[in-house]
Design a protein around this ligand. Structure first.
Ligand SMILES: *Cc1c(COP(=O)(O)O)cnc(C)c1O
Length: 487
């Protein structure tokens, strides 16, 4: 850079294209190498130390130095989500076309908050596409792309809280929660995701007013228990404001009985939100379509493109039937934003954030690349692999099924001959098998607890998962289990 007086950010066409090509080569190499790398990696001590103690440079570095640093110190140490034998988290690998579309979004640098630019209009089609994919009514509905499932559900429950207060004769925005009004009460399955509790805390509802509705042996909310809880709260003078039903539990894939829950929420006029962050895409699988039929009449749904759809983090979609309620709960337009465009209201009027990232292009690109049939094939294949794994577990004398295939999740554990199901030593053994799987680098499969037992939890989400992965997984668990009990 010596002698170059231009600002470092000035775009030199040739330099940019050379660097761009170099970066793409680097990314391609990274993605192609992933399958042959250990699934689980740990950031080495010296690297951690270096990354945490970088001195602030006084002078800017060259682009070449910056890319070299990323290649050397950052790219070798990801978490396991991109590898097809990473069965632990509900994260998918990034679709290559979405990576590229995201670079287009960054280059245009237009937020998805609003105003007159192309992505705002593309968002209308994308929202409709997502609704059509999962069978959510398109007419009058709105899709927002938020940072994830937690943010999407928080947005929906804020609108639900606003509506319930308004119906009870008060304005949440002016009065807040301190006007000595009725207690707002939220309902969710005892098996619901931790984000629901965080929403209750964030919204000032308090966990004392979050009813954890009992689930059955198969981890599905009991509708009768929901009805009874609502009746009890109404009799006590409380104000039930929302039910969150689970459209695919993270731990077990369990789907709450959405139809029966929709009947109950409808009878009491309570907002029904479905947390389908992981599972809602399975509405495209003929084997599960009926279980999601209630999407035609629920109030809102969370579903995460950054889970099954292979879109790079972050993105959680919210589908809502009540854009006007979200607007009433959130819209605040200062004078300097009075754009006066005929296409308003813009997305930002329905949410807390003002400026927010253009997540539309990467999501649009993934769906455009796959089409409806491609998305359906992906979820249907993953669900089929879970059923195959369940069958293999049932056939094996030394494996115990802990929760049957639901969506693409199966829970099981190694249980050698002579051990009874209640043997607590099996907990430690399976913990050690999970650790050995990570240490061996062939897969990633953390444990969870199912009916009080330590379980190996397998979740298929990768576009390249196939039967060979099931066979590999079964053989791996049996081999490590045998080794561990002999050692
Ligand atoms: C992952 C998940 C969430 C949370 O989504 P984030 O994007 O991590 O905020 C909520 N509910 C369910 C069922 C999930 O699987």
């Amino acid at each position: 850079m010596a002698g170059d007086s231009r600002h470092p950010f000035v775009l030199d066409r040739e330099a940019f294209e050379v660097l761009g090509a170099e970066t793409i080569r680097m990314l391609g190499g990274y993605l192609r190498a992933l399958p042959n790398e250990p699934v689980d990696r740990t950031v080495p001590k010296d690297v951690r130390q270096r990354l945490m103690s970088l001195p602030l440079p006084e002078r800017g570095q060259s682009p070449e130095e910056i890319l070299a640093f990323l290649r050397r110190e950052v790219m070798p140490w990801p978490i396991a989500t991109g590898h097809k034998r990473s069965y632990g988290w509900v994260n998918s690998p990034p679709a290559p076309i979405s990576l590229l579309a995201d670079a287009v979004a960054s280059s245009m640098d237009c937020g998805l908050d609003g105003f007159d630019h192309s992505a705002i209009f593309l968002m209308k089609s994308l929202g409709r596409w997502i609704m059509e994919l999962v069978g959510f009514p398109t007419e009058g509905s709105l899709c927002l792309l938020l940072s994830g499932g937690s943010a999407a559900t928080l947005n929906a429950l804020t609108a639900a809280r606003h509506r319930a207060a308004a119906r009870d004769g008060w304005n949440m925005r002016t009065e807040g929660l301190q006007g000595g009004r009725k207690h707002l009460v939220l309902y969710a399955s005892a098996e619901s995701h931790s984000s629901i509790q965080k929403c209750a805390e964030q919204l000032g509802i308090g966990t004392d007013n979050l009813r954890a509705i009992e689930a059955d042996r198969d981890f599905r909310m009991k509708p009768a228990a929901l009805r009874a809880a609502i009746e009890t709260d109404l009799a006590a003078g409380h104000l039930p404001f929302a039910v969150v039903a689970c459209g695919g539990a993270t731990n077990t894939g369990a789907i709450d009985p959405l139809d029966e829950i929709a009947d109950i929420a409808g009878a009491f006029g309570i907002w029904l939100h479905v947390d389908g962050a992981f599972g809602a895409w399975a509405a495209l699988d003929p084997a599960y379509r009926d279980r999601f039929r209630a999407f035609a009449r629920v109030d809102s749904v969370t579903l995460n493109p950054h889970k099954w759809l292979q879109v790079p983090v972050d993105c959680g979609a919210l589908l809502t039937r009540h854009p006007e309620v979200h607007r009433a709960a959130f819209s605040l337009t200062p004078d300097y934003l009075e754009a006066g465009h005929s296409e308003a209201p813009w997305p930002y009027e329905h949410m807390f954030q003002l400026t927010y990232g253009n997540r539309a292009l990467k999501v649009w690109a993934a769906i455009a690349r796959l089409g409806r049939s491609g998305v359906a094939e992906l979820v249907t294949r993953c669900n089929g692999l879970a059923r195959l794994l369940e069958q293999r577990v049932r056939e094996a004398a030394d494996l115990e099924l802990l929760s049957p295939a639901s969506l693409s999740v199966v829970n099981f554990r190694y249980r050698p001959a002579g051990r009874t199901p209640g043997d607590s030593a099996l907990d430690e053994l399976n913990e050690r098998i999970s650790e050995a799987i990570s240490a061996g680098g062939e897969a990633h499969m953390p444990t969870t607890r199912i009916h009080g037992k330590t379980s190996l939890r397998a979740c298929f989400l990768h576009y390249e998962n196939d039967e060979s992965d099931v066979d590999h997984l079964i053989a791996l668990v049996r081999r490590l289990g045998t080794e561990l009990i002999q050692s």
